[in-house]
Design a protein around this ligand. Structure first.
Ligand SMILES: [Zn+2]
Length: 261
């Protein structure tokens, strides 16, 4: 499932390939991925508008258009936004096609259709409407500590709550807690300022490391959990094996020697 690094990689490639291009028409192949707008509304909103850039907040992406407004894109489980330089070459999982004036297109492809395409007046408007917390890479240390410290639930659950901090998903939450040597069931409120600060620092470290290697986990630095994350895999610190528990319904891996309760 795409988390912040995967969305950031898609954002950067769309920003590079599609900025400055003018949308001639929009074809909605499957309206099931639209959220809060009809195919007709999406098409008439975009027609003749130029893309000025792609932005991201947490796991949410925005295609900003000239003269204001943006197309909102959430990749869900299997969604992808692709620049297709040659134009028409439909894949059976293509759901929305944005045709550019010069013949190329931007394609929203999504096998399982848990993603969402919509419209918003602005990026800030959308963030307020969805009550998203600050972006995991943008939030400062003090704000991060204050926000997670308000909650008496398991720190793993709090890291996944997009209204507290936006962008961290299940896999990266496990890695952040492993790097911070903190048990996933510890109460967020019960963490010391030092522990909470370590979580903020490691959130940046882990997310940026993944962006750098295009989220190819095998290329992550030594000492990361993600390349081996699985039951009975050896902890890279060499002091035990990972175990799995459910935290708020989510499969969670941790090393009982490094992350004591
Ligand atoms: Zn360990």
């Amino acid at each position: 499932m795409p988390e912040l690094p995967e969305v950031e990689i898609v954002r950067a490639s769309i920003d590079r390939a599609c900025s400055g291009r003018t949308i001639r028409s929009v074809e909605v192949v499957d309206g099931g991925v639209l959220e809060g707008c009809t195919a007709k509304e999406l098409a008439s909103f975009c027609r003749g508008r130029k893309i000025i850039g792609a932005r991201r907040h947490g796991k949410q992406m925005f295609i900003e258009l000239d003269r204001g407004g943006c197309v909102t894109v959430h990749l869900g489980m299997t969604g992808d936004l692709i620049y297709n330089a040659k134009g028409k070459r439909p894949d059976k999982h293509d759901r929305v096609l944005f045709d550019f004036k010069e013949g190329s297109q931007m394609v929203y492809r999504d096998m399982r259709k848990f993603g969402a395409i919509g419209l918003a007046a602005s990026v800030d408007d959308f963030i307020m409407m969805k009550r998203l917390g600050p972006d995991a890479l943008e939030v400062g240390r003090q704000e991060f500590i204050a926000r997670i410290g308000k909650h008496d639930r398991a720190i793993k659950t709090i890291l996944l709550d997009q209204k507290v901090i936006a962008g961290i998903g299940n896999l990266y939450a496990d890695e952040v807690l492993f790097q911070s040597r903190i048990h996933p069931m510890r109460s967020a409120k019960g963490l010391s300022a030092k522990e909470a600060g370590a979580i903020q620092r490691n959130t940046r470290k882990v997310l940026l490391a993944s962006v750098r290697v295009s989220s190819d986990f095998d290329r992550l630095p030594k000492g990361f959990m993600l390349p081996v994350r699985g039951l009975s895999a050896s902890c890279p610190r060499g002091n035990g094996r990972f175990v799995s528990i459910k935290v708020n319904g989510r499969t969670t891996f941790f090393c009982p020697s490094c992350q004591k309760e």
